[in-house]
Design a protein around this ligand. Structure first.
Ligand SMILES: [Zn+2]
Length: 284
């Protein structure tokens, strides 16, 4: 509980920059195809798409990232926007079954918090991974709130990735919307956004092993149908769902050790401690 790994001097470091919306073709177009020895364009399985009014369907952030890190193609069943679910909903309403719809200020979505990922096998620190980390927010009450959040998220991403150099954790992964945000809102500024991210990656790369990857591209306000993977280690993958095993191979190659979680923390006076924390409002 709240421990840092022992013997930080010998820790081999890997930093994974998870940047939403980087398109492999635009990486080349903007002249960043040489920062990493290997640049890949990966396909996205249809299960990671959601229905879209304009396009029919589009790769979705909430689905691609969990697939990348778990290696699993997850069957999400009925989506919120699917016609079948609406039919079921309407039928229930006709039967007199209704439910209250809450209006939370922000919707936090660690819906895949218990999903088994590559980060369970190595001693890792992850931040803001979509649907997997508690910091990640899914929806916002207004466009303004979304914009504010994205600015703050970028700032945090820059701070934390810099801080990850010499981190005591061997494996570190951080997520930011930034490039996707620019692709949706100000696509004419995309070149500058790529410059910022790749320049940043280049600085980090002088000190640690870095991998830069995306869930799909974003251009002219719409998601593209290919994901990006940049690394100094070659991989054998054509689709994002094949990345997990390739990442594992790279981690072992660079010298990361498999991690065994310690026994659960069990204080002697557990009940007393919990009761005190409850009274303070820390837990329910
Ligand atoms: Zn995305």
């Amino acid at each position: 509980m709240l421990q840092e790994p022992e013997d930080p001097q010998v820790v081999v470091q890997m930093i994974i920059l998870c940047v939403d919306g980087i398109d492999p073709d635009l990486v080349q177009e903007f002249g960043w195809g040489k920062l990493f020895k290997y640049n890949y364009s990966l396909s996205i399985p249809p299960e990671c798409y959601v229905p879209d009014k304009e396009l029919g369907s589009t790769p979705h952030t909430t689905r691609v990232w969990p697939t990348i890190f778990s290696g699993q193609i997850i069957d999400y069943g009925l989506t919120r926007r699917s016609g079948a679910r609406k039919k079921i909903h309407d039928a229930l309403v006709r039967m007199g079954i209704t439910w209250k719809r809450g209006k939370p200020k922000f919707r936090v979505a660690p819906t895949n918090r218990d999903l088994e990922t590559i980060f369970d096998d190595f001693h890792s620190f992850t931040w803001n991974l979509p649907t997997m980390d508690p910091e990640w927010l899914a929806t916002f009450p207004s466009y303004e709130a979304f914009v504010e959040h994205c600015k703050r998220e970028l700032w945090m991403f820059m701070l934390m990735t810099r801080g990850a150099v010499n981190s005591v954790f061997p494996l570190n992964a951080f997520y930011v919307r930034y490039v996707d945000f620019i692709g949706h809102n100000e696509p004419e500024k995309l070149r500058g956004a790529y410059d910022n991210i790749f320049q940043h990656a280049s600085e980090l790369k002088k000190k640690e092993d870095v991998i830069l990857l995306s869930d799909h591209g974003c251009d002219a306000g719409l998601h593209t149908e290919q994901a990006y993977f940049g690394s100094d280690y070659p991989i054998h993958a054509e689709s994002v769902h094949e990345l997990r095993d390739e990442l594992e191979r790279i981690f072992i190659e660079v010298g990361l050790d498999y991690w065994e979680a310690p026994q659960d923390f069990k204080p002697e006076e557990e009940d007393l401690i919990k009761e005190r924390l409850r009274r303070l409002g820390y837990i329910e």
